[in-house]
Design a protein around this ligand. Structure first.
Ligand code: GTP
Ligand code: MG
Length: 422
């Protein structure tokens, strides 16, 4: 057997907040293999992820989705011909694909919002998108509330890429309105669309402007959590990703040849903008965050924070009230103090009971002694009286003898004891 050492944490059962003691294991128990078990199960089941893309028509949403997952979810458009027609409603479209990489399956769903922002009056264009996000939460809640929950399908939106037009100025009122309405409902990932139409300096100042606009309007966007105790490579990767937010992206699936290298990119008369080149744009960083480093965090935040808030609000609006006493937190110090007081009271009671029993026994003993003393005294008195009587009788006899009288003899036995000379 392979000798391995590990560490074990023993909780003393009082409370999860009680400081845990860590003990070194002498041999191999096997639980260090647990992550592998989880990994095997997850790979077998496959993963799922639902992504929403929102933005004005022609900003490159469909192209970016195709570029991200290397799949033809959409039929390719051959030229730049954003629709000039003003659609009456925003039409939401969901596309799905099962994709596989190194034996790992991912069911990807993309919700597209064609035409967003194209209305003459864009005031409520965020509404159908919000409704769609909430309808998906509602569907999930309904499934969760079923008696049989064995086949719960999670269609909740885990991330929403919001395409900002590459104006180079500031956020448009429509961008602000949309993000304000949606930032507490979904993980928002703003990107600068078609960033190849801006110079490097323009991108830098536009990013700064966007970030200050977002903070001015208190809009919360998704930022990866940095865990200090992660391995240095991951910490560096996550910091690098965060520093590029909002990502300035370029989409394109066309294969071009640059100095003998095959690249995906966009051809310009002065050269090629490479999609997968980090020197040219932030597409790689966006994909890293979405797929490589933070897919699980996006799903987890959706489930534990965004959906949870929706669920609480919805149930409360239906008149459900939470009994918080069942979640009363137990403070270990108070709990120990209570237990100590109970123990002390128990000890005091036991002591009082023992004292009572002891006194009872002493009293009984004293009574017994007194009784036997009285008995002894009575016997002593009887004996004394008998002796006195005997002494008087002898005295009588003595007197009689001395006076020459015959002693009074009652019986023969007594004569035996006092032989007289006749
Ligand atoms: P709708 O479906 O109408 O909402 O548009 P969309 O946002 O999905 O845009 P789509 O991906 O269809 O792209 C519109 C046009 O922009 C196409 O001709 C693309 O080739 C082009 N395009 C896409 N991404 C980029 C980009 O990053 N830079 C440049 N310059 N053009 C792009
Ligand atoms: Mg499209």
């Amino acid at each position: 057997m392979v000798e391995r050492s590990g560490s074990i944490t023993i909780m003393n059962g009082l409370s999860a907040t009680t400081p845990a003691k860590t003990k070194k294991l002498g041999g191999y128990v096997g639980f260090s293999n647990y992550p592998n078990q989880v990994h095997r199960k997850a790979v077998k089941k496959g993963f799922y992820f639902t992504l929403m893309v929102v933005g004005e028509s022609g900003l490159g949403k469909s192209t970016l989705v195709n570029t991200l997952f290397n799949i033809g979810l959409y039929p390719e458009k051959s030229d730049v011909t954003p629709s000039k027609e003003t659609p009456k409603t925003i039409e939401l479209q969901t596309l799905s694909a099962d994709i596989e990489e190194s034996g790992v399956k991912l069911t990807l769903s993309v919700i597209d919002t064609p035409g967003f922002g194209d209305f003459v009056n864009n005031e409520d264009s965020w509404k159908p998108i919000l409704d769609n996000i909430e309808a998906r939460y509602s569907a999930y809640l309904d499934q969760e509330s079923r008696v049989n929950r064995s086949r719960v399908v999670d269609n909740r939106v885990h991330a929403c890429i919001y395409f900002i037009a590459p104006t180079g100025h500031a956020l448009k009122p429509l961008d602000v309105e949309f993000m304000k309405r949606l930032h507490t409902k979904v993980n928002l990932i703003p990107v600068i669309a078609k960033s190849d139409t801006l110079t490097e300096e323009e991108v830098a100042t536009f990013k700064e402007r966007i970030l200050s606009d977002l903070s001015f309007h208190n809009i919360q966007i998704f930022k990866p959590t940095l865990y200090e105790n992660d391995d240095p490579d991951t910490v560096a990767e996550v910091s690098e990703i965060t520093s590029k937010i909002p990502f300035a992206v370029v989409g394109g699936t066309e294969e071009l040849v640059v100095n003998g290298r095959k690249v995906r990119g966009r051809q310009y008369p002065w050269g090629v903008i490479e999609v997968d080149n980090e020197e040219h744009n932030d597409f790689v960083k966006l994909r890293q965050m979405l797929v490589r480093t933070n897919m699980e965090e996006l799903k987890d935040y959706t489930d534990t924070v965004l959906y949870e808030k929706f669920r609480t609000d919805k149930l409360q609006s239906q008149g459900h009230v939470q009994d918080n006493t069942v979640f009363k937190e137990i403070n270990p110090v108070t709990k120990m103090e209570e237990e100590r007081q109970l123990h002390e009271a128990k000890m005091l009671k036991m002591e009082a009971e023992m004292k009572m029993v002891f006194q009872q026994k002493v009293q009984e003993k004293e009574q017994k002694l007194k009784n036997s003393e009285d008995e002894l005294y009575a016997r002593h008195k009887d004996l004394k009286e008998a002796l006195e009587k005997q002494r008087q009788e002898l005295e009588e006899k003595k007197k009689r003898l001395e006076s020459g009288l015959r002693p009074m003899t009652d019986d023969k036995s007594k004569k035996k004891g006092f032989p007289f000379k006749q």
